[in-house]
Design a protein around this ligand. Structure first.
Ligand code: 13P
Ligand code: SF4
Length: 304
């Protein structure tokens, strides 16, 4: 089968299986092109919970498919590449977090959605890159433990007055962006605005005109009168940025802004997954219920 035939067969099977095909904003262009819906990690999981389809095909990484199952356990959640993990999510374990909690018994644990279900189950509340500051400000506690991303943690600490304890995890893709690369892109593109994901290092965020989640970048690019943007996140985001804003220019400051895990899923994998109805991602009931409570507490925080 050629690429076009594979795409058509995927769409036929999506219908036959009564499935919803979801793609994270970092997926390969051809996957985003045929998806029913693209979005950031939390928006996709929430959409999975809302849909009346029986099957969710989640083109993303493992923790995202877990979140979809936590929020909608009655549905079949397929992850076409079960080996697509998130190295940052895997930098903290439930046991490691229990040890940190024992050191700071009065602290509230705020866990980034980029984490395993077992870690969420051990936490008090979740946050995403778009609501992290708001979530932490909403807490009564003066002391918080922030896991697993040290960069998001330091960004939160800068914008709240809480005492923060950080887990020293990081996203290998965002953390390797260097200030020199931003400086060079800015010199080559005078007047371009720099938007950065909070997973970038503090010295990168200091250079940003706007700091936001992947979905926040679409909104910022759409609303801004600027014509050129330097994009401080994973390369996959360029597909929709360019499609939705054909008159604007988007510059990736580093060729290394690629998450190998996000790029694992191919059209062939999606086709095979729909044909075999596997691999299915499930979270055991006890962990799922605790993790859901952690996500629900976040969803109850009013947006600013
Ligand atoms: P978003 O929640 O902004 O989609 O980010 C997920 C992610 O993996 C960022 O690296
Ligand atoms: Fe994880 Fe970073 Fe890849 Fe996002 S870009 S999935 S945080 S490794």
């Amino acid at each position: 089968m050629n690429q076009q035939e594979i795409k058509e067969e995927i769409r036929r099977l999506v219908k036959e299986r009564n499935a919803l095909l979801m793609a994270h904003n970092y997926q390969r262009d051809e996957i985003q092109e045929i998806a029913d819906i693209t979005g950031d990690s939390l928006a996709l999981s929430m959409e999975a919970a809302r849909t009346d389809k029986d099957v969710i095909v989640f083109c993303g990484v493992h923790f995202m498919a877990e979140s979809a199952h936590i929020l909608s356990p009655e549905k079949i959640v397929l992850l076409p590449r079960p080996d697509a993990g998130c190295p940052m999510a895997d930098m903290v374990t439930a046991e490691g977090l229990r040890q940190m909690k024992a050191k700071h018994p009065g602290a509230t644990v705020v866990t980034y959605v980029n984490s395993t279900a077992a870690v969420k189950a051990e936490s008090d509340i979740c946050c995403t890159s778009s609501n992290a500051v708001n979530v932490v400000r909403s807490l009564e506690a003066d002391e918080v433990i922030l896991v697993p991303d040290r960069n998001l943690g330091r960004y939160i600490a800068k914008h709240t007055d809480k005492t923060c304890h950080f887990w020293e995890g990081y996203c290998p893709t965002h953390d390797r962006l260097k200030p020199e690369e931003i400086n060079r892109a800015q010199q080559e593109n005078p007047g371009a605005l720099f938007m950065a994901h909070p997973e970038c290092a503090p010295e990168i965020l200091d250079l940003a005109d706007h700091i936001c989640s992947t979905s926040g970048m679409y909104e910022y690019a759409r609303k801004s009168p600027a014509k050129k943007f330097i994009v401080g996140t994973e390369a996959g985001i360029l597909y929709r940025l360019r499609k939705e804003n054909p008159e604007k220019e988007f510059i990736l400051p580093s060729a290394r802004l690629i998450c190998p895990n996000m790029k694992l899923t191919s059209l062939e994998d999606v086709l095979k997954s729909l044909q075999t109805m596997s691999p299915e991602i499930t979270v055991p009931k006890d962990i799922r219920e605790k993790a859901k409570a952690t996500l629900d507490r976040m969803l109850a925080v009013p947006r600013d």
